[in-house]
Design a protein around this ligand. Structure first.
Ligand SMILES: CC(C)(COP(=O)(O)OP(=O)(O)OC[C@H]1O[C@@H](n2cnc3c(N)ncnc32)[C@H](O)[C@@H]1OP(=O)(O)O)[C@@H](O)C(=O)NCCC(=O)NCCS
Length: 312
């Protein structure tokens, strides 16, 4: 056997080619035209496998991923690096989201969509074993850093993320509660790391209340580099909570993950955040003038860093 090729009739051919080739990103292998406006495009879909499932398994997968019987006789599944990102792109390109990325018992993150050419699609991301799974909660003198639990934390998250002053210098987050629920779903906010390029996202709890959240990015395995970020509810500002949070993140980065270099990028107008990283001993290394087109204006970023030899 040399190849499995799935042949599909597409009513709207141009739409289907644009969707599967340009948006999903399947490289074009060949394209031909024939008599009477006949067109065909062959896309390289990586490795092909044929999954044969009995009705019990077919129903079980629908139940896990969608919560009801959904797929027809045939389902087209693509393995991707990032099922959440790919699903967002495909939805923006016109696919109908049937089920958002859901973590399955077999450690994959699977989304379902209806795509052009009448295909019911699965996007699956193999998660693999975590290489870094801290023992939560991480406790400091006054705080507890732990995975966000939306059932408990949504109101607290919404209380500060809906404020203009909080969001001024941080990447956009939705203001609407339901969108916030999606943006902070466990699949999008992991608390373990499986490979470089991933991020750990944690809630910051004080006396039983979520007062902020924090992130540790793992940029490179080879360079052993990462980056931190944090947000604290203004009700709790000026009491050293961001400093305590950032110190815990540095501990996680250096002592836990074994990083060599940790950075923070701060908008030059964000003096409170600059104070936090300076107080922790992060060095100001560079001022990247108007480096970022951010929320409708050029933004100057101050780069801070700390090496493992400077920590502790
Ligand atoms: C930046 C932020 C996390 C600081 O939180 P915090 O808990 O108040 O920080 P801390 O109390 O640990 O320390 C803040 C320092 O800035 C000072 N500070 C606090 N609010 C300030 C303000 N509005 N303007 C200037 N300085 C301020 C504090 O006095 C303290 O300085 P000190 O060490 O000289 O006493 C918080 O302002 C925030 O959540 N901002 C919005 C999100 C954000 O910008 N995150 C950082 C992205 S890089």
């Amino acid at each position: 056997m040399k190849q499995l090729r799935l042949v599909v009739e597409a009513e709207d051919y141009d739409e289907a080619v644009a969707f599967y080739r340009d948006t999903l990103g399947l490289p074009e292998e060949a394209a031909f035209s024939g008599p009477g406006e006949a067109h065909v495009t062959i896309l390289d879909a990586g490795r092909a496998t044929l999954e044969l499932a009995n009705p019990a398994q077919h129903g079980y997968i629908d139940e896990v991923e969608v919560g009801r019987p959904t797929a027809g006789h045939v389902r087209v599944a693509f393995e991707v690096e990032d099922s959440a990102g790919a699903a967002d792109r495909l939805v923006a390109a016109g696919a109908r989201l049937v089920a958002p990325p859901t973590r399955t018992p077999w450690e994959s993150l699977n989304a379902r969509l209806d795509g052009p050419a009448g295909l019911h699609l699965s996007l699956f991301q193999e998660l693999g074993e975590p290489v870094f799974a801290p023992d939560y909660p991480i406790t400091t003198e006054r705080l507890s850093l732990r995975p966000i639990d939306l059932e408990r934390d949504l109101d607290d998250l919404h209380a500060y993320l809906s404020l203009e002053e909080v969001c001024r210098y941080i990447p956009p987050v939705p203001r609407d509660r339901e969108q916030l629920r999606e943006a902070y779903a466990p699949s999008r906010r992991p608390s373990v790391l499986r490979r470089e390029g991933e991020v750990i996202s944690l809630g910051v709890e004080h006396e039983g209340r979520l007062i902020g959240d924090a992130v540790l990015f793992w940029h490179s395995e080879e360079q052993r580099s990462g980056e931190i970020g944090y947000v604290i509810n203004p009700e709790f500002h000026g009491r050293g909570f961001a400093t305590e949070t950032a110190r815990a993140l540095l501990g996680l980065a250096f002592d836990g993950l074994g990083l060599h270099r940790v950075t923070a990028r701060v908008d030059e107008r964000n003096t409170a955040s600059a104070r936090v990283v300076e107080r922790l001993g992060m060095r100001k290394e560079a001022v990247a003038r108007e480096a970022d087109w951010f929320k409708g204006e050029w933004t100057t970023l101050v780069h801070y860093a700390m090496l493992e030899s400077e920590w502790g």
